[in-house]
Design a protein around this ligand. Structure first.
Ligand code: UD1
Ligand code: CA
Length: 454
């Protein structure tokens, strides 16, 4: 089928310089949610009608499979679909979606497409407690004969509670024909897409309707209030799916997933965590409160303690991370590695059983197995222009408050004394220290204030 996504409207009530359809829901523009749902139907054409906000929309959403058509000025939903006409393949039906209705499920769209088949007009409708503002579905003997907009409706029509969600599937050749007959002779002076329903009736094309599995699938975003409401609905859905999969959530209302979170068995997630991009948590992993984890994997049995920040890292099995640990891109931790409070690791690999438990910076470093990194150890990886690597071999022991000035290597089993500034390699198996010798000055007296000094 062809898919046309209408996204030219202005979204004045968002009170924002950003075009409405680019506002993020779960970290992704509203319009991307719609385009991704459309893609599940393998459309022959995916066409986005944009206008307000200028080129920001095509710039943000550009993709191989997408054509963008500009609607300028915006003269209504019918006029918007007209702009896409040259791109529509007549041998398949056309699905119209709205760029500001982000949560429609693929199965609801598939059901609508099935109802339309090759030659019917299918409209996705819902019955609302309060239908104010929406186009009403007008039926005669149970059959849909038209859609009347709120502003054009008379009192009896306004009492109808079945509304047009705006999502429709139409036979494409007929759609093109009907669009040419639209007029803007109505309360809003717009070319209404909804008028194709009465055209279909006139041409004896059957008009059918289906309903979404849930009402929220058809909710649109017109304001920040509605955006926040849909964000919560989406997050609740994600949390529910995780719970059904066997994940333990301390509070499903206090979890934010902005991307894809994949969990093994017996994973525990405490309150306030944010997961971004692609994150996988393997069997038995436990995530403490208020962690932020982005594009990372956490292997089985690992504990991430509260307030840790992890991005672009691969964390091995049975590790202990945090509290207050920071793992940055390019970090690869092997089995049973400990990274403690206020330790930052970047672009470094750490082999099994090694520990950096307190207050350290480990950057561009290769650490072997069973290494102990003392508190306050810093790898000096940057001379202001270039970055250099530090290598710390198996069983090395780095004393507290040492600086390792890269490029430098600490050999297997070497010990570096506390407070050392290492500028040359530390040989394997030996103690290396660079430290001024301690001395005590006999007879030294601490200065005292005289009484007339202020
Ligand atoms: C439309 C429907 C109404 C339906 C409601 C559901 C029409 C005439 N009315 O009304 O029956 O109940 O949606 O929310 O279709 N857009 C453009 N170009 C335009 C005008 C709109 O791209 O010139 C886009 C908007 O960006 C938006 C969508 O079309 O994504 C719907 O526009 P909107 O103004 O919200 O339509 P409504 O008047 O609410
Ligand atoms: Ca609307």
């Amino acid at each position: 089928m062809n898919v046309v996504i209408l996204a030219a409207g202005m979204g004045k009530r968002m009170q924002s310089a950003l075009p409405k359809v680019l506002h993020p829901l779960a970290g992704k523009p509203l319009l991307s949610h719609v385009a991704d749902a459309a893609r599940t139907l393998n459309p022959r054409q995916l066409c986005i009608v944009y206008g307000h906000g200028g080129e920001a929309v095509p710039e943000r959403l550009r993709a191989e499979d997408t054509v963008f058509v500009r609607q300028e000025p915006q003269l209504g939903t019918g006029h918007a679909v007209m702009q896409a006409v040259p791109h529509l393949d007549e041998s398949v039906p056309t699905l119209v979606l709205y760029g500001d209705v982000p949560l429609t499920s693929p199965s609801t769209l598939q059901k609508l497409a099935n109802a339309a088949g090759a030659d019917k007009l299918a409209v996705l409708t819902v019955e609302l407690e309060d239908p104010t503002g929406y186009g009403r579905i007008v039926r005669k003997n149970g059959n849909i004969i038209g859609i009347v907009e709120q502003k054009d409706a008379d009192e009896s029509q306004r009492a109808i509670r079945e509304i047009n969600t705006g999502i429709m599937v139409a036979p494409t050749a007929m759609l093109k024909k009907w669009l040419c007959t639209l007029s803007n002779n109505n309360a809003q002076g717009e070319y209404y897409l909804t008028d194709i329903v009465s055209r279909a009736v006139g041409d004896s094309v059957e008009v059918v309707s289906t309903q979404p599995a849930a009402e929220w699938e058809t909710l649109g975003v017109n304001s920040k209030v509605q955006l926040a409401e849909l964000e919560r609905i989406h997050q609740r859905n994600v949390a529910r799916a995780l719970l059904e999969h066997g994940v333990t959530l301390a509070d499903p209302e206090r979890l934010d997933v902005r991307g894809t979170l994949t969990c093994g068995r017996d994973v525990f997630i405490d309150v306030g965590c944010v997961f971004e991009g692609n994150v996988s948590l393997e069997e038995g992993a436990s995530i403490g409160a208020y962690c932020i984890i982005k594009n990372s994997s956490v292997a089985a049995g690992t504990q991430i303690k509260p307030f840790s920040h992890i991005e672009g890292a691969s964390v091995g099995p049975r590790c202990l991370i945090g509290p207050y640990a920071r793992l940055r891109p390019g970090t690869a931790l092997s089995d049973e590695v400990h990274v403690g409070n206020f330790v930052e690791v970047k672009n470094s690999s750490v082999a099994a059983g090694s520990k950096a438990n307190h207050l350290s910076y480990i950057g561009d470093t290769t650490i072997g197995s069973r290494v102990n990194i003392g508190a306050g150890t810093i790898t000096c990886n940057y001379d202001g222009v270039n970055k250099f690597r530090t290598v710390i071999e198996d069983d090395a022991f780095i004393g507290s408050d040492s600086q390792l000035v890269a490029p430098v290597t600490v050999g297997k089993g070497a010990t570096v004394g506390a407070g050392t500034t290492l500028t040359k390699d530390a040989p394997a198996g030996k103690l290396t220290v660079s430290r001024a010798r301690q001395s005590t000055i006999e007879g030294w007296q601490r200065p005292v204030k005289s009484s007339n000094q202020s």
